[in-house]
Design a protein around this ligand. Structure first.
Ligand code: APR
Ligand code: PHB
Length: 405
């Protein structure tokens, strides 16, 4: 390989999703060099419709990092959420229950666009459409990322590698067999999601429990509504013409005095529901973050926020290590993240279990338990507070047990 094709950096970041881009920017702000490698095109990552709920802590961090200008202008701040069951809506007021905290609706791809713009403006390297990324020597002091770009074979020598390459990435599989343990849970349903060009029918999100299955009303802007329906896990989108989607949405959301507005469907897709955690989140000089190391079902709206929280911890640890040589935080990365990861995992599982029709619930036992839980959440301040504080987001470093706050 010619010398020109061998480069060096402090942190090699694989993946330009929220995890990789936030990490790259946090490091840049602290004067630490990184190179971000992304296998898709810029257009693809900027156009991919994903999650849309930002916790207060995520919003605060993006603003602190200097990438929150458009978010502050265009993000929709919500102070509560509606839980709908038995054909009636019940509001959970986040602000009253959490000392004024809330969530902001702002599409993940908008966050990604803002971060890409900031990265390009900083001049720090971000390569799109790289191919065949191979993390090597990750258990040595000088890990290497080999890849090809523009038809040329390249080698990036790093001090550490950050695997921010999502669930189907190459970093987690680069860890030798047996070094990580995996825990996972699959749910017997998926979500059919649509984006419709119509004003939202409600100011806040609606999580809806119905005998025919879960439905969710969300939004992206005053002109764009995002809607989801529980469907079969292996559902084919071809079986859902527009009329069927709208009819099913009307049925599940039915509520006196409320109607769902229809509009042209501009995007549609099926999302599987899965819980997955790999532990520890590091091996040698490879640090995994975001979807590369954990997946949560979308019901808790935690995926993006967990990814951001991981890299916040990782960036602090890397800054400490590069500036002082002290590796305590870096060695403790996984241990610092996992309590929050598992709490989010539990919250997402709990929300999922409370709202979805269970296919094997022959006599309706599970449905009755769900109704009891929903009624409890909507009538007990303690239960409503538990939902609210998890939804707006727990602290990114977990409080010690025994210290009840
Ligand atoms: N080489 C380079 N890049 C890769 C590779 C690879 N082999 N494999 C995947 N990628 C890229 C993907 O194209 C994507 O842009 O890594 C990026 C991973 O980004 P995300 O999947 O968005 O994951 P993350 O940054 O952890 O953010 C988590 O994404 O899936 C949603 O709901 C989830 O909101 C959560 C968020
Ligand atoms: C979304 O707007 O896409 C969304 C909102 C809440 C969720 C999941 C997805 O729980």
């Amino acid at each position: 390989m010619s010398a020109a094709n061998v480069t060096r950096t402090q942190v090699g970041i694989v993946g330009a999703g929220p995890a990789g881009l936030v990490l790259g920017h946090l490091l840049h702000l602290q004067g630490i060099e990184s190179v971000v490698l992304e296998d898709r095109s810029r257009e693809y990552v900027e156009g991919r419709v994903r999650a849309g709920v930002l916790e207060q802590g995520t919003v605060d961090l993006l603003i602190e990092m200097g990438v929150g200008e458009r978010l502050k202008r265009e993000g929709l701040v919500h102070h509560g959420v509606e839980l709908r069951f038995g054909g009636k809506g019940h509001r959970i007021p986040f602000d009253e229950l959490t000392g004024g905290r809330g969530i902001t609706i702002y599409g993940q791809q908008e966050v990604v666009k803002d971060l890409i713009a900031a990265r390009l403006e900083s001049g720090a390297p971000l390569l799109f459409e790289v191919e065949d990324v191979r993390p090597e020597a990750i258990d040595s002091d000088s890990p290497v990322l080999r890849f090809s770009h523009g038809g040329e074979e390249r080698e990036l020598r790093c001090d550490v590698v950050a695997g921010c390459d999502g669930f189907h990435g190459v970093c987690r599989p680069a860890v030798p067999d047996g070094a990580l343990s995996f825990r996972e849970h699959s749910y017997p349903f998926g979500w059919l999601g649509i984006l419709a060009e119509v004003a939202p029918s409600s100011e806040e999100l609606i999580y809806c429990h119905h005998d025919r299955g879960f439905a969710l009303h969300s939004m992206r802007s005053p002109e764009l509504t995002r809607l989801y329906l529980q469907c079969e896990p292996d559902e084919s989108i071809d079986r859902w013409p527009d009329e069927r989607i709208w009819e099913e949405l009307h049925t599940r959301f039915a509520c006196e005095g409320w109607s769902l507005e229809e509009g042209p469907i501009v995007e549609r897709g099926i999302t599987p529901m899965r819980s997955f955690v790999a532990e520890p989140m590091q091996y040698g000089r490879l640090f995994l973050a975001g979807d590369a190391v954990h997946i949560v079902p979308a019901t808790g709206a935690k995926g993006l926020n967990l990814a951001v929280a991981d890299v916040r911890v990782l960036a602090d640890a890397l800054v400490r290590w590069f500036s002082t040589g002290d590796d305590t935080l870096l060695e403790g990365y996984s241990e610092a993240c996992l309590p929050r990861v598992w709490k989010a995992q539990h919250f997402a599982w709990w929300m999922t279990s409370m709202f979805h029709r269970m296919p094997d619930d022959r006599d309706g036992f599970m449905a009755r338990l769900q109704r009891a839980q929903l009624e409890y959440v909507c009538s007990s301040k303690a239960a409503a507070t538990s939902l609210a504080e998890n939804y707006v987001g727990l602290a990114y470093l977990s409080a010690p047990v025994d210290q009840i706050v």
